[in-house]
Design a protein around this ligand. Structure first.
Ligand SMILES: Nc1ncnc2c1ncn2[C@@H]1O[C@H](COP(=O)(O)OP(=O)(O)OP(=O)(O)O)[C@@H](O)[C@H]1O
Length: 386
């Protein structure tokens, strides 16, 4: 069974189309990275999964439940780390987790959960004194309460330093090993490379690619830079003939007297052959593959009418996790500060996700947001009073 299934989902806010005709399947147990630049529609998609916003058209199925009709069942089995989560300064770490336990109505030892995220020693301290990394781990602890089948993490490494991001990554991987499906968003490809089986790239509300990072890299026409060492200096006319080759974007002379050629991956052989055909002795050549950042930009910037081989219509059908990428789950997952939060899931949503007023959601028929975060806010404030 698929953990998440979006079928032809469009979400419009007045004249803004936040998500457009999105069809996507995330398999059970998969770690799926959801990528896109600011405003691409990532948070909106997450809010659609949780019934915090409702699709204008299309259907959303989460853990086999219709996200609209059975949002309570979805939330019972889903842990959420919202973008821009912040703690309640006066509450201890344990009180935060106890709040999540009460909301989910589960019988769990809060210290066990805090231990899982490495906060056991800080359980009795007020969360206002926690570092950014500790706050994120606390948010994750709240999301982990009740061993959810699905973890939804919106920019989970937001604002963390490399060490904090590494810890977050390790916890995500541990959860994945327990069989939890993880769906998380980021706007930086490097952050998800290590932990994700597959990534989906969203651009202006549209899914432009779904694949493993290795698959994306292969399919992308992001430049590689070819460095060619030559026996004798290359004449200007030879240089021009290389520049004119199909798939070559730029050619320059290197300081060592050779050439540096920016070209599509599949143009490398043509460059070397053309040089040799023109009597140039190629003594060595090396290629620098496009960086992850280049790759991300190749999918999210530039002309829209230059689809890559891994465009969504091809790749979205590929429901299986790519074995190559699964094997490479061991690297980074960092993120920028959540300065851009506040569009949707606000700081109270971690609590609110479990506590969201399902009736108020169900009462809404026009597809606008529900006010789940406030429900969580009030309840946690009551907790403070006690
Ligand atoms: N409640 C709303 N009302 C009006 N427009 C909205 C609302 N929520 C989102 N949008 C718009 O929908 C688009 C997608 O926003 P969304 O927050 O989903 O993007 P995102 O990919 O999560 O961006 P970021 O990385 O900045 O968080 C944006 O143009 C945004 O302004």
């Amino acid at each position: 069974m698929a953990a998440i299934e979006l079928d032809g989902v469009t979400k419009r806010f007045d004249d803004v189309t936040a998500v457009s005709d999105l069809s996507l399947t995330v398999e059970d147990g998969e770690v799926f990275g959801f990528l896109g630049p600011n405003g691409a529609g990532k948070s909106t998609t997450i809010n659609l999964l949780l019934d915090f916003v409702r699709p204008t058209t299309g259907t959303v199925t989460v853990l086999g439940h219709d996200a609209r009709e059975e949002s309570v069942a979805v939330r019972e089995r889903t842990g959420v780390l919202p973008e821009g989560f912040d703690v309640y300064d006066r509450l201890t770490g344990r009180a935060h987790v106890e709040f999540a336990i009460d909301s989910k109505e589960v019988d769990v030892d809060p210290d066990d959960v805090l231990d899982r995220v490495g906060l056991a020693d800080a359980a009795d301290r007020q969360a206002g004194g926690y570092s950014k990394g500790m706050r994120q781990r606390l948010a994750l602890a709240m999301a982990l309460v009740g061993d959810p089948d699905l973890l939804v993490l919106d920019e989970p490494s937001s604002g963390l330093d490399p060490a904090g991001a590494k810890e977050m990554r390790e916890i995500v991987l541990e959860e994945a090993e327990r069989g939890t499906t993880v769906f998380f968003s980021s706007h930086i490809l490097e952050q998800v490379e290590a932990v994700c089986d597959r990534v989906g790239i969203l651009r202006e509300g549209e899914l432009v690619a779904v694949d493993s990072i290795a698959g994306l890299r292969e399919a992308s026409d992001a430049d590689a830079t070819l460095s060619v060492a030559v026996g004798d200096p290359v004449d200007d006319d030879v240089l021009e003939s290389v520049r004119a080759l199909d798939g070559v974007q730029r050619v320059e002379r290197s300081t060592e007297g050779g050439l540096r050629v920016g070209c599509d991956s599949d143009a490398k052989t043509r460059v070397v052959t053309a040089l040799e055909d023109n009597g140039v002795t190629v003594t060595d050549f090396t290629t620098d593959e496009a960086s992850l950042e280049d790759l991300f930009l190749a999918y999210t910037e530039g002309e829209r009418d230059e689809p890559t081989d891994a465009d969504a219509s091809v790749a979205a059908d590929d429901g299986e996790a790519d074995a190559d990428t699964t094997a490479s789950r061991d690297s980074t997952a960092t993120s920028d500060p959540a300065a851009d939060s506040g569009e949707t899931a606000d700081s109270d949503t971690a609590a609110g996700a479990e506590d969201a007023d399902a009736d108020s959601a169900a009462d809404e028929s026009d597809g606008d947001e529900t006010d789940a975060p406030d429900a969580g806010d009030e309840a946690i404030e009551e907790e403070v009073q006690r």
